[in-house]
Design a protein around this ligand. Structure first.
Ligand SMILES: NC(=O)c1ccc[n+]([C@@H]2O[C@H](COP(=O)([O-])OP(=O)(O)OC[C@H]3O[C@@H](n4cnc5c(N)ncnc54)[C@H](O)[C@@H]3O)[C@@H](O)[C@H]2O)c1
Length: 274
């Protein structure tokens, strides 16, 4: 069991939702929190909720390598890194614009790549630490209508598994976990608020509008809270557990995907399995 007291956690996307909940949960374990987000107002709110547990907050755009390198440089001894910031524009894969694809890949995938590249060498040099990458159940199954999101989250799972193998192969005592939650009430269904100017939106079909309404409803009615998920992350870090599957009911859909692959048949729609 790892003891977290007195150690430092660096968390991206800490201005809202799961990132804020993780910041508060790790603070309850006696950790100091370095919080990063593009949203200054959200960061300020998290900072005041953290009180003395706040090491500092920094406006960071995770899609910019230099921002994450600077965030990492400012932390004297990072021990835990949560690469968590994310956005979720929907749409059929051919209707998403290049702007949609660039935005989501830049935040959800490059944000994790930049975080891993900045922090991992520091943790290896220290001889200890832990990295948590936030993926999603959409990193283990591929629901229709969110292809770009699925692509980024499958990539975060693959990156995390590869990181785990690379560290073990080199006998580095740095842990890795990948967080794969289903719907949790947060700001994720309103992520258009963070779209950069210049990366304009593609076709928003009637089908996509219906998916957006469904996503809003599903996120708002998620049974586990952000705090429940954050507690599961704390437990996984302490136990040095890799996969964090907070919603066990989704395992049927993961199993169906694996069975379809092994049987070499067309994938069933994971949202329509009984
Ligand atoms: N809520 C869910 O149902 C759910 C389910 C599975 C996975 N996730 C994942 O959880 C993570 C956290 O999302 P959330 O649900 O807390 O949503 P949220 O919108 O409440 O929080 C996301 C945070 O990321 C920040 N952010 C967005 N773009 C950024 C950028 N370029 N640089 C830095 N920060 C940026 C936002 O300002 C926001 O504070 C995401 O990776 C999301 O994909 C969420």
């Amino acid at each position: 069991m790892k003891d977290l007291k007195g150690k430092t956690a660096a968390i991206t996307g800490a201005g809202s939702g799961l990132g804020r909940a993780m910041a508060l949960a790790f603070a309850r374990e006696g950790m100091k929190i370095a919080a990063a987000d593009v949203d200054q107002k959200g960061l300020d709110e998290t900072g005041s909720l953290l009180g003395d547990a706040s090491l500092f907050s920094m406006r960071v755009d995770v899609s910019r390598e230099s921002d994450l390198q600077e965030f990492c440089r400012r932390i004297e001894k990072p021990w835990l890194v949560c690469n968590n910031a994310g956005v979720s524009p929907l749409g059929a894969v051919w209707e998403n614009s290049v702007g949609d694809w660039q935005w989501i890949l830049n935040v959800n995938l490059w944000g994790v790549i930049h975080g891993v590249r900045a922090f991992t060498p520091r943790l290896i040099a220290q001889g200890e630490g832990h990295i948590v990458n936030t993926a999603s159940v959409a990193g283990l199954i591929s629901p229709p209508g969110s292809g770009a999101y699925n692509v980024t989250k499958h990539a975060v799972v693959a990156l995390s598994e590869s990181l785990h193998h690379d560290l073990r192969e080199r006998h580095c005592a740095v842990g890795v976990s990948v967080l794969c939650p289903a719907y949790v009430p947060t700001g994720i269904s309103a992520s258009e608020r963070n779209r950069p100017a210049g990366l304009s939106r593609g076709v928003v079909s009637e089908a996509t509008k219906a998916k957006e309404a469904n996503l809003k409803k599903a996120v708002a009615s998620g049974r586990l809270t952000a705090d429940d998920v954050a507690k599961a992350v704390v437990a996984a870090v302490k136990e040095d557990r890799f996969y964090i599957l907070t919603h066990p009911r989704i395992k049927g859909a993961i199993q169906a995907r694996m069975e379809d692959i092994l049987a070499e048949r067309a994938p069933r729609d994971p949202l329509r399995l009984g």
